[in-house]
Design a protein around this ligand. Sequence first.
Ligand code: ZN
Length: 334
Amino acid sequence: MSIKSDLIRFCQSLGRDPLLVQGAGGNVSWKDGEVLWVKASGTWLADAGERDIFVPVDLGALRVSLDAGDFEAIPKAIAGATLRPSIETLLHALMPHQVVVHLHVVDILAWLVRDHSEAPLPSVNGTALVPYRKPGAALAQAVADRLRERPDINCLFLQNHGLVLGGATVADVQQQLREVLLKMRGGVLQHARPKGIAPSVPEVCGHSYVVLDDADIQGLALDDSLYARLSSGWALYPDHVVFLGRKAACYDNMDELVAQARRSQPMPELVFVRGAGVYVMPAFSKAQRAQLRCYYDVLVRVPEGCRIVTLTGLEVDDLLNWDAEKYRIAMKAN
Ligand SMILES: [Zn+2]
């Protein structure tokens, strides 16, 4: 078996588990001499078996730039490649391991969004925490700093972002993932669920909102403590903000939603009406839905009363005004 075929099977199994991968999130790479094969931006790990999701990048050139401290270096796809390498390619190049996997694992995110002065991370051998930085150059620099201090590590926890694992083989990385999950998998909060059919949004809104058909996610509008998190704990990690926007559109009742629709256009694609339900417009994509499910899955793994740390307004602006992310959203498969 080659690394590529092992990795394709691994990507498929990762991509099937929404607690490990959401939509186009997460990326995987392997190194073959001077070539870094990395997932293309906007592609889905789950599709690894059906189409080629990897782009070959000139690793030698990238290492020269990174060694010189140039974290703005643009990874060069090797001639003939039509897809754009992942936004997180530099991170893969920096890790010295042959196989590198970066995931937004729900059980780990539920730790990485907490205030660590109150809720320290469980200790796991060979790991280090990297403070939140915008993916791309800034994150690469923070990872490089960490690797210089701790060249022995094979697992990085990226605050308000996710996990990076490096290993000699795919099996090695799989084993590490199992071990980390064993330590960090948490319980799920019980919360209010729909007792009947959610009320429909009045026609006056004129936007044909439909009830999101996921009884768990409805809890975000039906459970008071989850609903409270929508305003105080929305911008938790980059993909969430990029796909679902800077703020949750929350309404205390239907009348408020109707009044807002009369006042302003366009209306948000996703709205939360307290005690009534979670509603979306038909344009709400599969990728956005995967992100909303991830957000719900993270929130129900954070104990009630535990403080959450969100991205700052500036950090959110930085993500939303970024051309690399606009490309990735434009690639979003429905
Ligand atoms: Zn990421």
